[in-house]
Design a protein around this ligand. Sequence first.
Ligand code: MOS
Length: 729
Amino acid sequence: MSDTSFPDAPRADAQDKVRGALRYAADDARPGMAHAALAVAAVARGTVWRIDAAAARAVPGVRLVLTHEDLGGVKPPGFIMGGGYGFQSIQPLTSPQVAYRGQPIALVVADSPEAAAEGARLVRADLAAEPHQVTLDTPEADIVAQADSPLPKPMFADVTVGDAAAALADAAIRIEAEFRHPAQHQSPIEMLSTVAEWRDGHLTVQEGTQNAEAIRHGLARQLEIEPARITVLSPSAGGGFGQKNSLQAHTVLAAEAARRLERPVKLVVSRAQVFHGGSFRPASRHRIRLGADAEGRMTALVHETDSQTSRHDLFPTQYTELSSRLYGIGNFRGRERLVRNDVQTPGYMRAPYEHPAAFAVESCVDELAYRLGRDPVALRLANDAAADPVTGRPYSSRHLAECLRRGAARFGWERRSMAPGSMRAADGALVGWGVAIGAYKAATAPAVARLRLLDDGTVTLGVGGHEMGQGMRTAIAAVLQRRLGVDPGRITVEIGSTGATPQHLTAGSWGTATVVPATDEACDALLRALDALPASRTPAERLRAAGRAFLEVEVSRRAPGQPEAVIGRLATGLPAAAGPAYPEFVSFSHVAHFVEVRVEPTTCRIRVPRIVSVADCGRVVSPRTAASQLRGGVVWGIGAALREVSEVDPRHGGFLNADLAEYVLPVHADIGTIEVEFVDEPDPRLNRPGVKGLGEVAMVGVAPAIANAVHHATGKRLRSLPIRVEDLL
Ligand code: MOS
């Protein structure tokens, strides 16, 4: 690819989106479809000792009711982080045990969604409740040191660099603080939904997902059939932020109902049920000890975490991957612990570790700036890392300083006065300006790409990746247009559905750095193959001149340092990505956020009128969707800092505000100006086009930038999210 910026091109699927022409799984509304609904447990832990579905079966139109008494043959999916495919290891409806409030206990299938919902409401279950725990304040016996867990090492090992205890003891300045982050839930616009259908012993599943192969292989394991007998269709997912990274608990239920009824079955997990039926961001607690010398050089950092997991799985954490590498600190000690609760297994949710970790670390760095009387931007620039502090390897690229400088200039940071409470707006509001930085690993997954050029000039590209609104199709089209000169209207991108190339998990912000280099290499192969044909004006003319109907090439591409065998793993549906540590270097994307808050002095209402965010994600291939990603991450950061919490009542378990009416999100009126900018420097060491990830780094650092701005406005250090009016009264 030539080393110039990409033009601002429209989103490839923009018109289809606004016309409603993009088809999501639940859009399938053929006649004859049966509809399913779930009945769920109303205790936080216990056993179903009697279940009575007679009233449900009597509802006109109800065709089938499944409970644990019917589904004994369905096998557990295995846990995605433990060699399996499910977001959690257990399969509801296969035993009388209830592991968490909201766990499905029956599936009701009917001719209409209304009859199914009515039937589900009428399922009567007698449950023997058992004691439960749903907060981090649990007995020690529920706490597991991650270092002692069977999770794969070194990925989930505690990070230690130098001697943090000694460096802390020697430090001229020490900052110690504890931070709390609540459980939070994602609510993608497309809810968890499945259409399952059997034809001649072949199961077809339509479901918006980030991991079509996991659904295929997980269902094969659960139903004990060959993966070749399953097709998963997911051409577009309506949002995927980690929750859709694995096999859901409801999918096999829809498949089993469809098999028994010999009809297609649609199951849409209701918005309320998603709060217990899918994974969520676990509650976490972070104890930070930061040491610096009198000049403000950070010399020691200790980061100890406790993070919620379920009773049945150890959802691993990597909070210290961020904190050990955000700055060039020579002495670091991390210790991560998991706290067992009676909840469904938590999971990945945009910047799962990095956002809470950055809140803790970047709040402390701001506090350090105030202890030193030093400008917070200057302090950060003075502590930038020259090489990766954990491995000593160079960064493939690191433009964090550039993000800070550009952001400060654009924001007008030099007009900030340091003292808290020293800036006021014309209307009397307290003005606070805050800054924070973020990082996110630049991971890469292996991929197979198949590129076909037809003699009519159209191009079809199949590669492993999922379009969930982030703009993957647009990025792929941009590469094909640049390399082959083909018009976007003549490009078909086949991603997300099993059948063509392996559809490996798209997560961890590795989508672009996976599909763009693979597409680029497929273009190389196609152009080489064309070179063997007679010369002509266009590639399509060369094909026609050679009497060829089409030309097809296939390439497979691995991340730097990955063995060839990893390509085989792609087709198994198991995770195969690499990074941030590669053999020769370490790769991260970076961001700097500059935030203005205004605090109304009598009500203490916090507004965020203005944010400037500058990101380094390598070469930006799709400027329009990248800008949208960065803004979306910032909006989510505002939500995480000021609005979002999944409320828990320890007496009852589960999550109380399980719907979008009571789970408070920022609305349009809460969002002010968000200016975004990219460094747009390619990172050719990571891959030839020089792309790194963006989706998650976009959000990292927004929450501490807001908390730091609130401190600047009010003098208050708030260490528990979300920050609310009552915290300032
Ligand atoms: Mo992302 S939270 O890795 O889907």
